[in-house]
Design a protein around this ligand. Structure first.
Ligand SMILES: Cc1cc2nc3c(=O)[nH]c(=O)nc-3n(C[C@H](O)[C@H](O)[C@H](O)COP(=O)(O)OP(=O)(O)OC[C@H]3O[C@@H](n4cnc5c(N)ncnc54)[C@H](O)[C@@H]3O)c2cc1C
Length: 335
């Protein structure tokens, strides 16, 4: 039996960022991970900190703004613990609002990071603390008692004051919620080698395609081309036709990419809610069972603000922003 102050399910960017934030505030934390940490959506992402993407719902803005403001301190905290810097890869995004060429791009001051570099540094940072991360340990049941909450895994029972479900696309099953609460939305992507003749140091984005160059670190010299948005359940298979389509769309923006070698293809599952906003806070009628999930296309951007907001809710502090738009009650009021 373990008795941490808090038990988190899911070692993606959301669960591990929250674990670090709670540890920083003096709490003991156990993270239960079904497989291995940071191997799902958080590893698949492009890494744009797209707080001003025109596709975002308007109510996301306060959370996105808070997260952008917290990002420098978040990265500095991870670096202090891990000794691994996570630099911004790009500082400018060229955005077009039209799907068809000719595109008229406008310039935005929007940054990107490499989520794989962040994943490595974040996990190293967590390992430098007493946070207990149990791999290959799926949460099976969550039992509300009068003065605590009990988490059952195949090998252990954990008794804690609060359970926070950070299992992304798997939240509906982990927290035994209606299956539509959080659904997986598949994204296929590819990475190509940036031709040496090409000077590319900005993100290019249209409603159909984005091109995200990696400038420094282990993946420097590649560009990420993405991404499809598909409803295919938990299927993560790669389809050559979808990859070829993305490659063609990218080559319409940057003709040199037509002959750029493909270095890698992959797919990830974005955790989607019915209104495109995350679920942050306690379940209706169950103050010990919280969700920090449903970050859809913006979980890398939103990780610092999510960690801070959930920690503030858990510790009964005044939240930095009004959490009403993100409360699970808006979707789960009928539970
Ligand atoms: C193709 C693609 C491109 C993207 N691009 C961007 C981008 O540019 N910018 C951005 O901000 N966001 C982007 N995103 C979105 C971002 O990746 C996600 O919102 C974010 O990673 C969600 O993080 P998470 O920790 O909630 O989920 P995940 O990273 O999926 O982690 C959930 C974890 O929970 C574990 N788990 C599941 N069930 C259980 C259980 N029962 N018990 C214990 N553990 C369990 C899983 O194994 C997994 O490790 C993109 C996503 C995709 C797929």
């Amino acid at each position: 039996m373990h008795h941490p102050d808090y038990c988190i399910a899911g070692a993606g960017i959301i669960g591990l960022s929250l674990a670090l934030e709670l540890h920083r505030r003096g709490a003991t934390v156990t993270v239960l991970e079904r497989n291995t940490p940071l191997a799902e959506a958080s590893y698949a992402a492009a890494g744009m900190l797209a707080a001003h993407d025109p596709e975002n719902p308007a109510q996301l803005q306060p959370l996105a703004n808070l997260s952008l403001a917290l990002y420098p301190a978040y990265l500095a905290h991870i670096e202090a613990l891990s000794q691994l810097p996570v630099p911004y890869q790009t500082h400018i995004t060229l955005q077009s609002h039209t799907t068809q060429p000719p595109h008229r791009f406008h310039r935005m001051e929007e940054k990107s990071i490499d989520p794989r570099q962040l994943a490595h540094a974040l996990f190293t940072a967590v390992q430098a603390t007493p946070i207990h991360v149990q791999h290959h340990t799926p949460v099976q049941t969550v039992l509300q008692q009068s003065d605590c909450i009990q988490i059952q895994t195949p090998t252990t029972t954990i008794t804690t004051t609060h359970f926070i479900d950070c299992t992304g696309s798997w939240t509906s099953s982990t927290s035994h919620l209606p299956p539509t609460t959080v659904v997986p939305r598949k994204g296929q992507m590819l990475a190509v080698a940036i031709p040496p003749s090409l000077q590319l140091d900005t993100v290019l984005r249209t409603p159909d395609i984005y091109i995200v160059p990696r400038i420094q670190g282990p993946n420097a010299g590649r560009a990420i081309l993405g991404a499809t948005i598909e409803d295919r359940g938990f299927d993560k298979s790669i389809h050559p036709a979808a990859i070829a389509h993305l490659h063609t769309l990218a080559a319409q923006l940057i003709p040199e990419f037509a002959s750029a070698p493909i270095l890698e293809t992959w797919a990830g599952l974005r955790p989607a809610t019915s209104d495109g906003l995350p679920l942050l806070g306690a379940l209706p009628g169950n103050p010990r069972h919280l969700l920090a999930s449903g970050h859809y296309r913006n979980g890398i951007l939103l990780a610092p603000a999510t960690a801070q907001l959930i920690a503030q809710l858990l510790l009964n502090e005044t939240p930095a922003i009004d959490p009403t738009s993100y409360t699970p009650n808006r979707i789960l009021h009928t539970l």
